[in-house]
Write a protein of this length. Structure first.
Length: 411
């Protein structure tokens, strides 16, 4: 089936979810979760084939993004059920006013219609995106990467089965099986058929969508995230947070890519952190000041502007908070940044001046996630300032309209 035919089917199906009652949508999501669990063997078999095909072409870290396990499939199913438990974002009265002329004006949340998601090698996105779109009253068109095509087909088959079981049109969940650039371009330029395009992946994919899309597009994901260790930080706590932010799952966008260290604490902190990081297999890329304290590779010209998505960390010693803030302003992708400090004034200034979607004090950047923020699974992390920003949950993928009630007023 062509991409255009899929878009036509999704548009024909969207009304069946747009006007569905909350409980009917929740039953749909729970049925989809059940079908994921029931289809576990088929999904794992398809994923194993994807892993075999990709093993010589992508890194071990990226293979981890692609890999499914029974626990990860259960996590996907549980995510569907969590979305079912969230309040319905559709039909909320956001604002209500009565004008002097008697007109009653309501601002009410409504579905977008058809949401397209272009993503790379994380098959769990397939279930997460479908769950959020359907709960928000929209149909979804999913276009994953070639590495995960078998996994995605098996997951979508299970989700569509759950939809059909509950009397919904299965074309509410459409998978673009053509993983060529041509299909991505078709989605980017499908005016009148796509109401919102969301890219999830590396910097190249996001840049291509933002630069080429003629449909509304949300900029998401690229995460050059910083941990700044202030002079008053507890070194043990700072090292523990940095290890988590870098090494717990380096292939995700909320992983730390750069560590900035105040010169006053660097002689104590850096040896402690370097030992923990090297034990976890992290390669350190050091500026000249850091290289005088610990061993590692010299940072290259572009290392502080690179989203490594790997066991690599840029390390820079800074003179003070001013220099740390200036570095973040120059190199951040406005995703997530953290300060580790016991100085409340330094923390307040960091929070006030850092211009990113999520700003942390004494906590890992790995918490930038819809589930961790209580939003259920997320559609992505928006790094733009207009519209959605940060983890995109249900509210961020609805729109609104005005309802005006009168009794004969004319202008």
């Amino acid at each position: 089936m062509t991409t255009q035919q899929l878009l036509d089917r999704a548009n024909a199906a969207k009304r069946s979810i747009a006007f569905a009652a909350s409980e009917d949508k929740n039953r749909l999501l729970r049925a989809m979760a059940d079908r994921l669990r029931a289809g576990q063997d088929e999904i794992l078999a398809a994923n194993a084939a994807d892993l075999d095909a990709a093993r010589e072409r992508i890194s071990e870290v990226m293979l981890d993004r692609l890999r499914l396990t029974p626990e990860r499939i259960e996590g996907m199913a549980a995510g569907l059920e969590q979305v079912a438990q969230l309040p319905d974002p559709v039909g909320r009265v956001l604002k209500k006013t009565t004008r002097p002329n008697g007109l009653e004006i309501e601002k009410v949340s409504v579905p977008l219609g058809v949401i397209a998601i272009i993503y790379e090698s994380r098959p769990n996105v397939t279930a997460d995106a479908a769950a959020l779109c359907l709960k928000a009253g929209s149909a979804c068109v999913l276009r994953g990467g070639k590495e995960a095509i078998g996994s995605n087909k098996a997951i979508v088959a299970a989700l569509r089965c759950g939809a059909q079981e509950k009397g919904f049109d299965p074309d509410l969940i459409c998978l673009v099986e053509d993983t060529s650039r041509a299909s991505a371009t078709e989605l980017m330029t499908a005016e009148g058929k796509i109401d919102l395009l969301i890219p999830r992946g590396g910097a190249g994919l996001i840049r291509a969508c933002v630069e080429n899309a003629t449909v509304p597009c949300i900029e998401t994901g690229t995460g050059i995230c910083h941990i700044y260790v202030d002079e008053s930080a507890d070194p043990e706590m700072a090292a523990r947070i940095l290890l988590n932010a870098k090494a717990s799952r380096p292939s995700v966008c909320n992983a730390a890519e750069d560590c900035l260290v105040h010169q006053a604490i660097a002689p104590v902190f850096l040896p402690l952190a370097a030992q923990k990081l090297e034990e976890a297999g992290v390669e350190l890329r050091l500026d000249p000041a850091a290289a005088k304290i610990i061993s590692g590779k010299a940072a290259g010209a572009h290392d502080f502007d690179t989203e490594f998505l790997d066991y690599i960390l840029g390390v820079k010693v800074v003179k003070d908070l001013d220099e740390a803030l200036a570095h973040i302003a120059a190199h951040s992708t406005h995703h997530s940044e953290a300060i580790i400090t016991r100085d409340e004034k330094a923390a307040e200034r960091f929070c006030r001046e850092v211009d990113s979607a999520a700003v942390y004090v004494n906590a890992s950047t790995r918490f930038t996630d819809g589930g961790e923020f209580g939003l259920g699974c997320e559609m992505g992390i928006s790094t733009q300032k207009i519209g959605a920003r940060g983890p995109m949950g249900l509210e961020e993928i609805t729109t609104y309209k005005y309802l005006i009630r009168g009794n004969g007023q004319i202008r």
